[in-house]
Design a protein around this ligand. Structure first.
Ligand SMILES: Nc1ncnc2c1ncn2[C@@H]1O[C@H](COP(=O)(O)OP(=O)(O)OP(=O)(O)O)[C@@H](O)[C@H]1O
Length: 253
C-alpha cells in the first residue's frame, strides 16, 4: 500500500499549495483526482510519482516500477518513438509493447524523432511509456489530445490495469470508470490549524461542511473527508460533524 503522510508543498517561499494531505492507495486501486485549476493535482501526482519532493510529510511504500505521464510531455525529444520505448522497456526489464501503439491508433512514423510527431501521436507514445511500469502508473490528464478511439482504448487500459493507477482528468472521463475512487482536491490551503479526518460523510454533507467558516476541505474521497480547520472553530466543527452522522477518524493539531 502507498501511504501519504501529512504531505505539504510550497514552491520556494510561495503559498502552500498542499498541506497535510493524508491518503492511501491499495495495490491495483484506481484513483481519480479532480479539483479546480491550481488546486494542486499535478503537484500531488508529481510528489507521489517521486518526480518532485514534498516540502513536508512523506510518501511511504512507493513501489519500484513507477510510470509517470506528465501533463506536458517534454518537447524536443530527438529519439524516435520506437527507440524511446525500446530504451525505457529495457530500463524497466519488460518487453517493448509495440502493439500497444497500434492499438491506440498511432499513425505517425515510429522511426521519426518524437519532436516531429503530432500532438495526439506524441500523447500516445507518452501513454505507452507510462504503462511500461508494472506497479504504479501516474497519469496527468492522459486523455488530452487523444481522438475518440484512442480515448476509449485508454479508458480500458486505465480501468483494467493490474497496477495502482492515479489519474487526473478535468473532463470527467475517468470518474465514470468502473471501480474508480474520486479524490477531490479543493484548492490552496494557506493557514495551519487543526487537521480533522472524518468518515461516513455523504456527498451532501461534504458540500455542507465545505461551506462552514474556518473550514478548508483538503481532500474528499469515498465517504472520507480531510479538513483543515481554524483552531477557534474546531470544537464546534467536530460537534456539528458528529450531529450530521459523520464519525471522527483523527484530529491533529
Ligand atoms: N514549478 C512551480 N513553481 C511555482 N509554482 C508552481 C509550480 N508548479 C505549480 N505551481 C503552483 O502550484 C499551484 C498548483 O498547481 P498544480 O499545477 O499542481 O495544480 P493543478 O490542480 O494541477 O492545476 P491545473 O488543473 O490548472 O493543471 C498553482 O498555483 C501553480 O501556480
Amino acid at each position: 500500500m502507498i501511504q501519504l503522510e501529512r504531505i505539504g508543498k510550497r514552491y520556494g517561499r510561495g503559498p502552500w499549495v498542499l498541506q497535510d494531505v493524508d491518503l492511501s492507495f491499495e495495490p491495483g486501486e484506481l484513483t481519480v483526482f479532480t479539483g479546480g485549476n491550481g488546486s494542486g493535482k499535478s503537484t500531488l501526482l508529481r510528489i507521489i510519482a517521486g518526480v518532485t519532493a514534498p516540502s513536508s510529510g512523506r510518501v511511504h511504500g512507493r513501489p519500484k516500477s513507477v510510470g509517470y505521464l506528465p501533463e506536458r510531455f517534454p518537447p524536443g525529444l530527438r529519439l524516435s518513438a520506437e527507440a524511446y520505448l525500446r530504451h525505457l522497456a529495457a530500463v524497466r526489464g519488460v518487453t517493448p509493447p509495440t502493439d500497444l501503439l497500434d492499438v491506440l491508433g498511432f499513425h505517425g512514423d515510429p522511426t521519426a524523432p518524437i519532436s516531429t510527431l503530432s500532438k495526439g501521436n506524441t500523447q500516445k507514445v507518452a501513454v505507452v511509456q507510462a504503462f511500461l511500469a508494472t506497479d504504479l502508473v501516474v497519469l496527468d490528464e492522459p486523455w488530452t489530445g487523444l481522438d475518440t478511439a484512442a480515448s476509449s482504448v485508454l479508458s480500458d487500459l486505465v480501468s483494467s490495469s493490474a497496477a495502482t493507477v492515479l489519474v487526473t482528468d478535468h473532463r470527467g472521463t475517468a470518474r465514470g470508470l468502473a471501480g474508480a475512487r474520486e479524490v477531490v482536491l479543493q484548492g490552496r490551503v494557506g493557514a495551519t490549524g487543526v487537521a480533522i479526518e472524518l468518515n461516513r460523510v455523504s456527498d451532501l454533507t461534504t458540500t455542507v461542511i465545505g461551506e462552514w467558516d474556518g473550514v478548508r476541505v483538503v481532500a474528499a474521497t469515498d465517504g472520507r473527508l480531510s479538513l483543515l480547520v481554524d483552531a477557534t472553530v474546531s470544537d464546534r466543527v467536530l460537534a456539528d460533524a458528529l450531529r450530521l452522522g459523520c464519525s471522527v477518524l483523527s484530529v491533529r493539531t
